[in-house]
Design a protein around this ligand. Structure first.
Ligand code: ASP
Length: 318
């Protein structure tokens, strides 16, 4: 296939309330930028968008700072259950796993299911698949997440969500926030793909299903691709990712589509963020919460949204 398009990339490590302390912010920045650099190089070398998305998700899942893969938050019963999905915009195909345990990279299961007749598997079925794929059993628990859970249990699970990132100093500040990871890529062939992976909200009841393995939180077509993070129930109620994508399909620019969708979300008092790309190469992010931890490559340079504090905001680069 002929390469002709300038690739674009945007990734996120969750959204939520402010990152207190520069130490936290700089560490998150370094991590996100390093991953953008590696995945963008892959896109430049001709990798297709889905391959780049899976690689980006693996790197983010392996980073214990974020709430996906290693470092996932614990649910109310003290267990980790992870969800991940991928959508290839060119194929128009969604696949994912819901509430899977004891695997290192849930996104690999979602990737495998791209070529299966049964494309979304939940707990028991996902565990069976991991066994079939001979994926070694892996414990994603970190000490920090365990400490968070113990503290939360002492407080009788008052918080609605776990911390946006795992930092020891945040344990003291009861800094409620979100965390999850997502990658959106436009490859040199002009194709889009998106992947999202999460440990969930944290402290949720057993069997709760995250938006991250639903089209509401992760959706792509040939026109646009979107990954969401934040309160999953709010993302589902707004049907956020398909709403943004469909508005672009129907002729709005990505910027207009994000603006309209986030204005509605603001009016509806939703609590979330999203990152997006369209087929023209426009890059966008939006949030109704305080921060969205996103970083991107616009073809020239790497940028990020880490210092964009405050309420509802939408930004874009075309
Ligand atoms: N959206 C995820 C969920 O509700 C959490 C997150 O984005 O951090 O499961």
């Amino acid at each position: 296939m002929k390469s002709q398009v300038q690739p674009k990339l945007i990734i996120h490590g969750g959204a939520g309330s402010s990152l207190h302390g520069k130490g936290g912010l700089e560490a998150v920045r370094q991590t996100l930028h390093a991953i953008v650099e590696e995945v963008y190089a892959l896109l430049l070398s001709g990798a297709n968008a889905s391959v780049a998305v899976v690689r980006g998700c693996q790197l983010l899942e392996d980073e214990p700072r974020f709430n996906a893969g290693t470092g996932s938050v614990l649910q109310s019963d003290g267990q980790i259950r992870m969800s991940a999905s991928i959508m290839d915009g060119a194929l128009g195909r969604f696949s994912g796993v819901i509430n899977v345990s004891r695997v290192k990279n849930p996104i690999e299961l979602a990737q495998f299911l791209q070529n299966s007749p049964d494309r979304v598997l939940s707990d028991y079925g996902a565990a069976e698949l991991a066994r079939e794929m001979q994926i070694p059993s892996y414990n994603a628990l970190t000490d920090l997440r365990l400490q968070e859970w113990i503290q939360e249990r002492q407080d009788n699970f008052k918080r609605t969500m776990a911390g946006v990132i795992a930092e020891p100093e945040l344990l003291e500040t009861s800094n409620a926030g979100r965390g999850t990871i997502g990658v959106v890529a436009l490859d040199t062939y002009g194709k889009l793909a998106v992947g999202t992976s999460t440990g969930g909200k944290g402290f949720e009841r057993i069997g709760r299903v995250s938006d991250s393995a639903m089209p509401a939180g992760n959706y792509a077509t040939n026109y646009a691709a979107v990954s969401c993070t934040g309160i999953g129930e709010d993302i589902i109620d707004e049907c956020l990712a398909p709403k943004i994508v469909i508005r672009v399909t129907d002729g709005l620019s990505l910027q207009e589509s994000m603006q309209r969708s986030f204005a509605e979300a603001h009016d509806n008092k939703r609590d979330f963020g999203a990152i997006a790309l369209d087929a023209t190469g426009a890059i966008a992010w939006g949030k109704t919460c305080d921060v969205i931890l996103a970083a991107f490559h616009d073809g020239d340079k790497i940028g990020d949204t880490l210092e964009l504090a405050g309420g509802t905001q939408v930004g874009s680069i075309s």
